[in-house]
Design a protein around this ligand. Sequence first.
Ligand code: FMN
Length: 345
Amino acid sequence: MSIEIKGKEMTIPVVQGGMGIGISTGKLAGAVAAEGGMGTLSFVNCGYEEEDFYQNPIEANKRAFEKNLKKAKEISQGKGILMVNIMHVVNHFFEYLEFINTTEIDGVVVGAGLPLELPQYIGEDKRIAPIVSSGRALKIILRKWKKKYNRVPDFVVLEGPKAGGHLGFKKEDLSMDLFQELEEIKKILREYGEESIPVFIGGGFGTKEGFQTAMEKGADGVQIGTGFLFTKESGLDPVAKECLVESLRKGKIEDQIIQSPVGLLGRALNTEFVRKVEEEKVPAKHCVACISTCNPKTTPYCINEALIRGVKGNQEEGLFFSGSDGRRIKEILSVKDYLKEILGE
Ligand SMILES: Cc1cc2nc3c(=O)[nH]c(=O)nc-3n(C[C@H](O)[C@H](O)[C@H](O)COP(=O)(O)O)c2cc1C
């Protein structure tokens, strides 16, 4: 079942999806890569713990990324693949890509938008991949990358509406047939003579059954977020992690669709904060101008601040992204044991 991507090998067909803010740090991504999977660092506001983050967010993010990458490399010891995830809608996107290209990361994955210019910024020695929600989006990317840069994605992530985090769907498309879209993507890749490009499917495949179904339906592997969010190595505050898993298990909270200030739908836990912002505005305390599509004057709340409160464990005022797999988590395992559980070894 091993997958080779531009000279680097995954010995298990599992991608740990990038999770911001502060969830998929070097510790988590390194642990997944050490098991032979693909670990993904999250770039978006990863510098939130740096002293100068609020004065100098760009430099703080770059510095924190280097620290996370070093840690991930120490843990993974050359095994698996280490990628970085960055959202297309972040401000300074191209500056960040230029910086990432100078680092020793294995490649870049871009979600929340069509990364049509990605090959211009990331060298041939690195792997590049889009996260798409439809065959249509992939076709636009393939056409542009082939024609303008003579390059194709090194892999593709198809993400469905059950995923945690931001979603690439309108409300009316949330009940779409993801496996039909997977077939469409495979067909498009065949039409382009690129059927060897691996396709990972994400959004509700972080259980043994989910993993098996994905493979039976023809995916080359899965991308998992929520399952890894609730492992020991994730960056989420350990007390909050325990409490949220218990509340999920007891049915006290569940995941729901939210409207994010980024301008996209998202899937998050229906904690107190989510209920509150449906009714009233929570003004930003310290805007770092991180999202190109967010207007700080009119935004119902600051997503950066809400996610930082979440990762630090503030269960009243934090925002917690989570996919539909949250309700299936029974206990918090290490990455190693969690992978054993879903791969059935
Ligand atoms: C807490 C959390 C944060 C996430 N943050 C990001 C992100 O910053 N960028 C991104 O492209 N995807 C993000 N995602 C999506 C994951 O990378 C992954 O694709 C998705 O979670 C897969 O579905 P699953 O949660 O059902 O396993 C996030 C998901 C979670 C649960």
